[in-house]
Write a protein that binds this ligand. Sequence first.
Ligand SMILES: Nc1ncnc2c1ncn2[C@@H]1O[C@H](COP(=O)(O)OP(=O)(O)O)[C@@H](O)[C@H]1O
Ligand SMILES: O=C(O)C1=C[C@@H](OP(=O)(O)O)[C@@H](O)[C@H](O)C1
Ligand SMILES: [Mg+2]
Length: 176
Amino acid sequence: MNKSNIFLIGPMGAGKTTVGKRLAEARGLEFIDSDTEIEERTGVDIPLIFEKEGESGFRKRERLVIADLTQRSGIVLATGGGAVLDADSRQWLSARGFVVYLHASVDQQQHRTSRNDNRPLLQNVPDRREVLQRLFEDRDPLYREIADLVISTDGRNARQLAREIEDHIDRPATAV
Ligand SMILES: Nc1ncnc2c1ncn2[C@@H]1O[C@H](COP(=O)(O)OP(=O)(O)O)[C@@H](O)[C@H]1O
Ligand SMILES: O=C(O)C1=C[C@@H](OP(=O)(O)O)[C@@H](O)[C@H](O)C1
Ligand SMILES: [Mg+2]
């Protein structure tokens, strides 16, 4: 396993992008966000990719980006909330870095995603909370399947969370 890589997984609004930036800065690692990488490669934003190619088109692009980025070393990678849906992506993330699941309650997810309109899965839906709840039920087992560390983000700010992750990574392994 490439222990210099840190991969952040978890639902929309968990704070993967925000915490990832802080963590990378604190550890002198390069920060990469898979959504930003997809936007740079395609030259268009995520909502337009969903509009033109549907979710399946976006997932294909996301899979390619995860395949590539996980081969690097010395990075903090913030993934998109659905990156774990692909079995190969889960395997790459698990094998090539330290995987942190940023957990957030559905209430917190809803609050933290309320101001942005750049998440197509939450646009034009009658009940955003219901969507977030369903996604959480589908995906929580997948996040847990590959997590080396699960951190609850509710009521904690990004700086505290970055420090908590660092503490875990730097903690000496317990002797058996
Ligand atoms: N720990 C936190 N506490 C409060 N607000 C947060 C926290 N983490 C992220 N946010 C805010 O929530 C929103 C979504 O965060 P973001 O990092 O984009 O989440 P993700 O990448 O997991 O979808 C942003 O407006 C961000 O400023
Ligand atoms: O949960 C998802 O399926 C998605 C999460 C988004 O990323 P964030 O988790 O960073 O919001 C982005 O990849 C896309 O809108 C789809
Ligand atoms: Mg993000």
